[in-house]
Design a protein around this ligand. Structure first.
Ligand code: PMP
Length: 403
């Protein structure tokens, strides 16, 4: 018996309007090409796995199961494991009820998008910005406005002009060692950004997964702390803060948090219930058990990333042609390279891969386009020998493109 013929279901027509514009991440597509084993990749965004505290995680997992028994494997509250919330709250001197545990800060971004962005709302983002945030916000159909940036981060004079002429809902920023540029927003600019956004009634999402990984310079106050100072009340702070254990401990346990005014946290709890009920109980307990080793672990990671960044910058100085600029990160995992105008880093990538080196072209990090002559380099997973060989090959590729 032959199957009845009926028209094939039109999957494209079935998709919700909010996902029709969704395309595979440009970076994931690029990473596929760069993952050949003999290619030295500065393209990845992963923390260095050899620094993971494997033995400590193993011991912590065993202790958690011995201590909590089945409760470690049971459903738990949406807000998060109380001792973990309390520890995070104590770090900022705020009540635990202002902290929400999330399944990676990526989930925090998605849930914040869900509760804050209506179709057409104006969202201000740095140019360039974290691509994952754009992916999280995109289904909620924002209208992006790009904020110009320079070495000191967001240009706050430009921000002031934009706020005067645009009714913005939200500003999203990564003030410490930004992904993708490695830049840090200066303290004067932090103050002005917080004051200007408060004045114009614009909420701020401060995404800070790298803040603890400062390997040079002085720690700066968070936008959240400045917002709290200005508001004088934790429940009136217009800055929402997000951070994560992904870059300091391990990313695979997917433990991160959002701290914000109660009205925001209350809606976040409801949105999270709909998304995943709660962050895995066992993972939260393991992270809590690992808190005593966190300071030591941060030192190990900072030291390693600082050395790798120094080494990469020294090799760039030696092997890149003139006319190429790069940022000087004070922490985090990335530096940002700007080539002379006219060189398209996306078009140059196959040439680089032929020379067995890879990077991420900069333009996907721009919400509205730009940065064709830029690239992101990660220094955190490369060995000194790979940095030497890879930067030399990249220098040769750039020189060839300049000819
Ligand atoms: N924000 C930024 C700026 C990031 O770079 C990353 C990780 N690449 C995230 C959020 C997501 O981190 P998590 O592992 O906590 O979800």
């Amino acid at each position: 018996m032959s199957a009845p013929t009926r028209p094939a279901l039109d999957f494209q027509a079935a998709f919700a309007a909010r996902v029709r514009g969704m395309t595979a991440s440009a970076i994931r597509e690029i990473l596929k090409v760069t993952q050949q084993p003999d290619v030295i990749s500065f393209a990845g965004g992963l923390p260095a796995p050899e620094l993971f505290p494997l033995a400590d995680v193993k011991a912590a997992a065993a202790r958690v199961l011995d201590t909590y028994g089945p409760a470690a494997l049971q459903y738990s509250t949406t807000e998060g494991h109380p001792p973990l919330r309390e520890w995070i709250a104590a770090q900022s001197g705020i009540p635990a009820q202002n902290v929400q545990i999330v399944t990676g800060s990526q989930q925090g971004l998605d849930l914040l998008g869900k509760i804050l962005i209506s179709e057409g709302d104006t969202v201000l983002v740095e140019a360039p910005t974290y691509l994952g945030a754009l992916q999280s916000f995109q289904p909620y159909l924002p209208n992006y406005v790009q904020l110009p940036t320079d070495e000191g981060g967001i240009d706050v004079d430009a921000l002031e002009g934009i706020l005067k002429t645009t009714r913005a809902k939200l500003l999203y920023a990564v003030p410490n060692f930004q992904n993708p540029t490695g830049r840090t927003l200066s303290v004067e600019r932090r103050r002005r950004l917080v004051e200007l956004t408060a004045e114009h009634g614009v909420l701020v999402i401060e995404d800070d997964p790298y803040g603890a990984l400062r390997f040079s310079g002085e720690a700066l106050p968070s936008l959240y702390a400045l917002g709290l100072e200005l508001a004088g009340d934790v429940d009136r702070n217009h800055v929402i803060y997000s951070s994560s254990f992904s870059k300091t401990l391990v990313p695979g346990l997917r433990d991160a948090w959002v701290q914000a005014a109660r009205p925001i946290i209350q809606k976040l709890i409801m949105a999270k219930q709909g998304a995943d009920l709660h962050t895995p109980t066992l993972n939260q307990m393991i992270i809590t058990e690992l808190l005593p080793i966190l300071p030591r672990q941060i030192e190990i990671v900072k030291q390693a990333y600082g050395e790798r960044a120094q080494h990469m910058m020294a090799r760039i100085a030696a092997d890149f042609p003139g006319g190429v600029d790069h940022t000087v990160p004070e922490g985090g995992m990335f530096l940002w390279v700007t080539l002379p105008h006219g060189i398209d880093t996306q078009a140059m990538l196959p040439r680089a891969v032929e020379r067995k080196v890879a990077y991420v072209p900069g333009s996907p990090f721009y919400a509205l386009g730009g940065g064709e002559n830029t690239m992101r380099l990660s220094y955190c997973t490369a060995t000194p020998a790979q940095i030497e060989t890879g930067i030399k090959a990249l220098g040769d590729t750039i020189r060839e493109a300049l000819d």
